[in-house]
Design a protein around this ligand. Structure first.
Ligand SMILES: [Fe+2]
Length: 385
């Protein structure tokens, strides 16, 4: 037996107005920049009831931040926890809700089978970027700082009760952020479509998310006033989030989590730049799935040719977003030396081959193949092994 779960989703212009229908005590989980930029105010103006803002979320949030948020919740006693932000704030909000309801639960120990109590605290997630899809998934990614390592936890109680996907919240996203968050969404849609857990309910979401992202992401990055493109990409991110909530992320994320954990470059760049390499490599295990996805994206070719076309399509999307199609290029932008990459290659291989995302791969690459994948993605070499 399988389940497909989803929050109730309010989407499109003015969907924030849904908040006016709620009454109670609201704890907002967010980051300080969003408060300063007036983005959180776009939410609080609709709230009927007392609210408190926990704004200590940082990029690559740690388990400790969740614990801090739980302490605030314990004193404020909210009826609703509202995550406002990118994946980091939404993940922390999810963590705060489940631990607030289950204070004895060790967040590192959460698995899909963990018994938890539900005490009626409602979780509402409002994305301020179009990428993580965290608002639609039952997963949390937190960083274990002492190990430079990201840990993904999955549980039904992590799923939000409501998601509000209002393009008003992403109007001011800078071009670069729009690019890497959009690439994260694309990585979700492609990973989920070729997962060992792929299923009929998630597959349609993946296809539509891919179509929307290939068609609208370049436009949405170039001009945030292009309301159609911005809204389509915002929807696509949630569609892809729902898909990974069901089918799970895959190989681009095994690499991406590892690269992000060690070098702290934006998650969407880490996954998106890995995509051409993971697609070509992994197609040997999932040729039919990739071929089918390519077909839905207008690629008529079959077999290896279809894969090559798909890789070309991903690379030309990267080019249209001014994103390099190899890790060396992006590392240069973030001031990371080549030597550092090779010095930390063993750590990259270990982290990716033990990442939770490998559990839902059709076939798990050997450590040698992980090593080659990283080197080829770094050097920008065509996969030939
Ligand atoms: Fe992701």
């Amino acid at each position: 037996m399988w389940w497909f779960s989803s929050p109730r989703i309010a989407f499109g212009e003015d969907s924030l107005e849904f908040l006016e229908t709620l009454e109670g005590r609201f704890l907002i989980v967010t980051d300080t920049n969003l408060v300063k930029a007036g983005i959180v105010e776009k939410v609080t103006r609709y709230l009927k009831g007392e609210y408190e803002i926990f704004d200590r979320v940082e990029p690559d949030p740690s388990f400790e931040i969740v614990e801090e948020g739980v302490i605030v919740a314990q004193s404020f006693k909210p009826d609703y926890i509202i995550g406002v932000g990118g994946g980091s704030s939404l993940d922390v909000a999810k963590g705060v809700r489940i631990i607030y309801e289950n204070p004895d639960l060790d967040p590192e120990e959460i698995s899909p089978w963990t018994d938890v109590e539900e005490k009626g605290v409602k979780l509402i997630l409002i994305p301020t970027a179009s990428g993580s899809g965290s608002e639609g998934s039952n997963a949390i990614v937190l960083t274990k700082k002492d190990e430079s390592r990201k840990i993904a936890s999955i549980h039904p109680r992590i799923m939000a009760d409501y998601a509000i996907v209002d393009p008003e919240m992403v109007n001011d996203l800078p071009e670069k952020v729009a690019a890497f968050t959009g690439l994260d969404a694309l990585s979700h849609a492609i990973d989920a479509y070729v997962s060992a857990w792929k299923n009929d309910f998630a597959d349609g979401l993946c296809i539509q998310a891919c179509k929307l992202l290939f068609n609208y992401l370049p436009r949405a990055c170039k001009d945030r006033n292009d309301r159609e493109a911005v809204e389509k990409v915002h929807n696509a991110a949630t569609l892809a989030g729902l898909a990974i909530g069901s089918s799970q992320a895959g190989l681009s994320h095994s690499l991406g989590h590892s690269i992000g954990g060690v070098f702290h470059i934006p998650h969407g760049f880490a996954c998106g730049i890995s995509l051409p390499y993971t697609t070509k490599y992994y197609s040997r295990f999932a040729m039919e799935y990739y071929e089918e996805l390519a077909y839905h994206l207008g690629i008529q070719a079959k077999g290896e040719e279809a894969i090559d076309e798909l890789v070309k399509k991903i690379k030309s999307l990267l080019a249209s977003l001014n994103v390099p199609d190899n890790l060396r290029g992006i590392f240069k932008e973030y001031g990371i030396e080549e030597k550092e990459f090779y010095d930390k290659l063993d750590k990259l291989i270990y982290n990716s081959s033990t990442d939770n995302t490998v559990l839902t791969l059709v076939d798990i690459p050997s450590e040698e193949d992980f090593e080659r994948l990283f080197i080829y993605a770094f050097e920008g070499r065509e996969i030939d092994f």
